[in-house]
Design a protein around this ligand. Structure first.
Ligand SMILES: [Zn+2]
Ligand SMILES: [Zn+2]
Length: 306
């Protein structure tokens, strides 16, 4: 599986590089980071209680993602090992700016000032603000630590999502899950995908990569379906992606044709391929809302994962 993903990553990065030679330097770093996340000596340890369909159905009906309030095992060892390897990739391939941003983090890690348990537990819960605060506590660059931690924890979240995927796919159709956040983990979407000949819209989770059905005229961030607030912006030269903006919450979502949707592990490549659209949206004062999605609570302390 890992080997297949690596081959797919190589194929897709070289296709992207041919189409977009200007992305070369970013692709070299991002491609190497993704390649590192596909290199593992063992799969992450996952322990969760899979709910019975009845209780899962009623939770989804109430808009509650299935990982909410679940005491999950956090494979800190796995995430810490990947985190360290990713940091080394940045130090090896990053430009002067990237290595300067990494320096305080390297120092904090070397002194043992960084709490891996807290860092990875917060990120598994999707509490980016708490991860940023932990980074601030040790004098590290918050955005940098958040993005690296997100990558380090993604395999864990994907492993949890794959345990629940079949159940959630069945039930989401049944209960008509049309929320703006992931029914598995509660995170907001990274991208929208138009799939099949009917161009049905699916949203892809920014944290675990899960795909769920959505509506064409809908803002996933503030959940409005008021057509007067929603508008699509096309960018000249990009036939695959467009950007949907919302004038109610000033959020934007990139939506692309996906005849061959990428596996969760490679979703970031599509985000990278459509970088121009971020610039267009940001230039018009739209943003990816950082506080969107369903905020999961810390599960009660002392409850071991079953
Ligand atoms: Zn998710
Ligand atoms: Zn909105």
């Amino acid at each position: 599986m890992t080997n297949q993903l690596q081959q797919l990553l190589n194929r897709r990065t070289s296709a992207l590089l041919t189409a977009r030679p200007d992305l070369g330097p970013i692709l070299a770093l991002q491609g190497a980071l993704l390649r590192e996340t596909l290199t593992e000596s063992r799969p992450p340890n996952v322990r969760l209680h899979v709910p019975d369909p009845g209780s899962a159905r009623s939770r989804l009906k109430e808009g509650v993602p299935l990982l909410d309030n679940e005491p999950l095992l956090v494979d800190v060892h796995y995430a810490a090992d990947l985190f360290e390897r990713l940091l080394n990739v940045v130090l090896r391939l990053g430009d002067a700016e990237a290595t300067a941003r990494a320096a305080p983090l390297v120092a904090a890690a070397a002194d043992g000032r960084l709490e891996p348990d807290a860092l990875f537990t917060e990120m598994l819960l999707g509490h980016q603000d708490h991860v940023a605060a932990l980074a601030g506590d040790v004098g590290a660059d918050a955005d940098f630590v958040v993005s690296l931690t997100r990558l380090a924890v993604a395999p864990l979240l994907r492993a949890y999502a794959s345990r629940l995927a079949t159940l959630v796919e069945q039930l989401a159709d049944e209960v008509g899950w049309l929320r703006g956040y992931c029914p598995v983990c509660g995170a907001p979407p990274l991208l929208g995908e138009l799939r099949g000949v009917e161009l049905r819209l699916f949203l892809r989770c920014s944290a675990c990569g899960f795909a769920w059905r959505s509506r064409r005229l809908f803002c996933p961030f503030c959940e409005t379906d008021d057509y007067r607030a929603l508008r699509t912006v096309q960018v000249e030269g990009d036939n695959r992606f467009r950007v949907q903006v919302c004038d109610r919450c000033r959020g934007y979502l990139k939506v692309g044709n996906a005849f061959d949707p990428p596996p969760a592990e490679l979703l970031l490549l599509d985000d990278l391929a459509s970088l121009d659209l971020d610039l267009v949206a940001i230039d018009q004062d739209y943003a990816r809302p950082s506080d969107a999605g369903f905020r999961r609570a810390h599960p009660p302390a002392g409850v071991p994962a079953k």
